[in-house]
Design a protein around this ligand. Structure first.
Ligand code: HEM
Length: 138
């Protein structure tokens, strides 16, 4: 990721944070619209889950200039996600829902450049999670 991309993510995340609760609702709505089969995987309260997701994303955004620091946590999370029944291809569905949600929250600020920056960050993070998941399966 380039320093510019890291900057763009920081600026746009600051705009999403005040509407984090709404963003989480939009996200799950879109996710289950894209693939209703994912709904039963979420056993807990979606509001709580949404908070965890936003907290995790917040930690990721704040670590973008030092991604090595969160690799162990992302690996552990990837392994836990296997236990939740999450499959490799589901990461693409989550990516689509997440980018769509950012687009809703940011409106005109969701430029192609911003979208590319978020995509780059998601590819890195989800890659670490998926690789760790494959290690468990192997
Ligand atoms: C970069 C991608 C992702 C991030 C940052 C993320 C983040 C989180 C976090 C922070 C939790 C809380 C529990 C824990 O840490 O183990 C969690 C749980 C969970 N995630 Fe993810 N996740 C990601 C991808 C996915 C994908 C692709 C799916 C597929 C549908 C998914 C489904 C779930 C489920 C089902 C739970 C457990 C919910 C429950 O117990 O009710 N996550 N996720």
């Amino acid at each position: 990721m380039t320093p510019k991309q890291i900057g763009l993510i920081g600026v746009t995340w600051d705009k999403v944070l005040p509407i984090a609760e709404t963003a989480a609702e939009l996200f799950y709505g879109k996710l289950f619209e894209l693939n209703p089969e994912l709904k039963p995987l979420f056993k807990g309260d979606l509001k709580e889950q949404g908070k965890k997701l936003m907290t995790m994303l917040d930690a990721v955004v704040k670590s973008l200039d030092n991604l090595e620091a969160i690799i162990p946590a992302a690996q552990e999370s990837g392994v836990r996600h296997v236990g939740y029944g999450v499959k490799d291809e589901d990461y693409d569905t989550v990516a689509e829902a997440l980018l769509w949600t950012l687009g809703q929250g940011l409106g005109d600020d969701f430029t192609d450049e911003v979208k590319e920056a978020w995509t780059a960050a998601y590819v890195i993070l989800s890659g670490v999670m998926k690789d760790a998941a494959k290690e468990v399966a192997a």
